[in-house]
Structure formats: structure tokens, C-alpha cells
Design a protein around this ligand. Structure first.
Ligand code: SD4
Length: 340
């Protein structure tokens, strides 16, 4: 389980970069004086654990892409309580754990896998697609076949806990997929809270990479693919401008090409938070009634290492680890305040 008390929480309203963790102050040395670079930011509270791993690469002056892969593998592998990423993912309505992931580097290279079964580390397979094939995206059996050819272990992914949850869901759900709304357990939608890790990093050389990995919407239709493996929707990086990633109901993010939109808004001069807010408003404006029932959150960083987030519903948080502060968990601002 997460020990959330261990981490600093600062209010979104007063999201001051002056709020530093003591341990960070003691340990961290800026590799780029006068900036907060290197930096890694990730969606949700489990992002803290992913960031810690990513930081091992960044603090040595390593490449952002390597940091992203190493970090994203943490919730895919080690954190056996998340129920939403990699090995512990929640199945679709037929009981298959199908995983979605993508990765993008500072050169605009990208790789992705969607609806992939029986492989615990989709982020690594996405990177292999990027680096070892002429393609961007592999799906389903083809993705699994490729992963095995590349030496990845094929294994059954449905944990006893996920199987139990699925069987419970089958009793009442009438086999009908529901929109998940993520961490806010008192919110409308599925009772199985669902988190995706989206990560963005800037290394000491100033290069940006990002990654995203998830089992997607809980109890989705077999074959359903969300935004998380789709470049431009669940993730986008432009090394001149910054990067963005998303979490929440992927259908709405895809419809609005959300992460690409956020990066383009930053290119036009918006701050990361304002760009995320505008992308959220775009979703709400197009479907105001739907938006009341769902969660979508965006997280973004610009080339200078400034970051921000915005979500439809309250409850979204993101984790930050940079040259000046570590173990930081920040509640994202939202269109609907808590309790509304
Ligand atoms: C999806 N965006 O498959 C993902 C789910 C998610 O937190 O982000 N959950 O639509």
C-alpha cells in the first residue's frame, strides 16, 4: 500500500515550488544550475514510485527516454496493489487483461502497443516497436508475438484479485462496460477505480521524452483501445515545446486529440496548466452532460521544466521529482470542485 503521509501534499491553489521535501533538500544536486532540470512528472500517487526509479537515471545525467521506461516499469511490475497497470491490470469484460502503452522520444520517434495480452511490460515492448521495427504501433496477437520474439516472457496476467473483481462485476453489470472515473470513489461511474500512469521527463541535456501505460478502462469490451497507446491522444512530446499526457476516459481524449492539443497550446505561449485547462474545457464544451459523469485529466511540462495539470473532476493528482524537490504529490486543479 502507498504511505501517502510520507509525501508532501501542497494545495493546488498555492502550488508553490518553494514547498520542498526535506529529504530532497538534503540529497539533491541540480545538474543544471538555475533550473529545476532534470525533472520527471507522473500521473497519480503511484507516480511517486515511478519517479523515484526514473530519477536514478536522470540524476546520473542519463537520457529521459531511459528514465521513462525504467519508471513506467515500476507500476507495471512491482506495485502489485494498483490493479490498473501491467501485471496487475484489471481485465476486460471477457476476463482478458489487455494492455495499452506508448513511448515517445526527443527526436519525435514513437512506439506503441495496444490490446496486448500476456506480456507484463508494455512500455518496453512499445520502445522495442519504436527502435526495432519500421512501424509505430502493433496490436493484439501481433504485439504479443513481437514481444516474445524480442525475448519478453509470455505469462498469464490475470491476478486472483482482478479475477475476483471481474466475477463480482459480472454478477450485476449486465456485461455492459461502464465509464470509469478514477480515484474519486464517491463519484459516478464504475466502482473499480482506475489509474493510468503517464510520465514526462526532461533530462540534464534538456531533452524531453514521455510514456504512458495502462490496462485501460476496467471491464471494457474485448478489443477496446483507449487513448493511452495513441500518440497525440494519451501522449505527445515535441522537444522544442514540451510534452503532455492524459488519464481518464480515453474516448473523450481521442475525440479531442488531447495531448497533441495541449502541446500545441503551449507552443502558442500558454503555460502547461492553462493548456491542460483549455483541453479540458474543449471536452466539456463538446459534451457537457457526459463531462459531468466522467474524469479526464491532463498533465503537461514545457521546455523550461514548468509543469501543470487540470482535470474535469477533483481527485486527480500528479507526482513530481526534480533537481530541487522530490516525493512531491500535487492535487491537480479541476473544473468541478470536490463534492460537486
Ligand atoms: C483509457 N485513459 O483506457 C485510459 C484509462 C485511464 O486512469 O487513464 N485510467 O481510457
Amino acid at each position: 500500500m502507498y504511505n501517502r503521509r510520507k509525501f508532501i501534499k501542497i494545495s493546488a491553489a498555492g502550488a508553490s515550488l518553494a514547498a520542498l521535501s526535506n529529504s530532497a533538500l538534503a540529497k539533491t544536486v541540480s545538474l543544471k544550475p538555475d533550473t529545476n532540470l532534470p525533472i520527471v512528472i507522473s500521473t497519480w500517487d503511484f507516480g511517486i514510485y515511478a519517479n523515484k526509479e526514473a530519477w536514478k537515471t536522470l540524476e546520473k545525467g542519463g537520457r529521459a527516454l531511459d528514465a521513462i521506461e525504467a519508471g513506467a516499469r515500476v507500476p507495471e511490475e512491482l506495485d502489485i496493489t494498483n490493479g490498473t497497470v501491467g501485471r496487475t491490470g484489471t481485465p476486460d469484460r471477457d476476463g482478458h487483461v489487455t494492455l495499452d502503452s506508448c513511448i515517445m522520444d526527443e527526436f519525435g520517434n514513437c512506439g506503441s502497443v495496444a490490446a496486448m495480452e500476456n506480456i507484463a511490460h508494455p512500455i518496453s515492448v512499445a520502445r522495442m516497436v519504436m527502435e526495432r521495427t519500421p512501424h509505430v504501433m502493433l496490436v493484439g496477437e501481433g504485439a504479443t508475438q513481437f514481444a516474445v520474439e524480442q525475448g519478453m516472457k509470455k505469462e498469464k496476467l490475470l491476478t486472483p484479485k482482478a479475477e475476483k473483481a471481474w466475477k463480482e462485476w459480472l454478477k450485476t453489470a449486465k456485461y455492459s462496460p461502464v465509464m470509469n472515473v478514477e480515484n474519486g470513489s464517491n463519484r459516478p461511474g464504475g466502482k473499480y477505480n482506475h489509474d493510468t500512469i503517464g510520465m514526462l521527463a526532461i533530462d540534464a541535456k534538456g531533452n524531453i521524452s514521455g510514456g504512458c501505460t495502462t490496462s485501460g478502462m476496467a471491464f471494457k469490451m474485448h478489443g477496446r483501445v483507449g487513448d493511452s497507446p495513441i500518440i497525440g491522444a494519451g501522449l505527445y512530446v515535441d522537444n522544442e515545446v514540451g510534452g503532455a499526457t492524459s488519464t481518464g476516459v480515453g474516448e473523450e481524449v481521442i475525440r479531442n486529440v488531447g495531448s497533441f492539443l495541449v502541446v500545441e497550446l503551449m507552443r502558442q505561449g500558454m503555460s502547461p496548466e492553462d493548456a491542460c485547462k483549455e483541453a479540458v474545457h474543449r471536452i466539456i464544451k463538446k459534451k457537457p452532460e457526459t463531462a459531468k459523469q466522467i474524469q479526464v485529466g491532463f498533465l503537461a511540462i514545457n521546455k523550461k521544466g514548468e509543469y501543470g495539470a487540470y482535470a474535469i473532476q477533483s481527485g486527480f493528482s500528479f507526482a513530481v521529482c526534480d533537481a530541487k524537490q522530490q516525493d512531491l504529490l500535487i492535487p491537480g486543479k479541476s473544473y468541478y470542485p470536490a463534492g460537486k
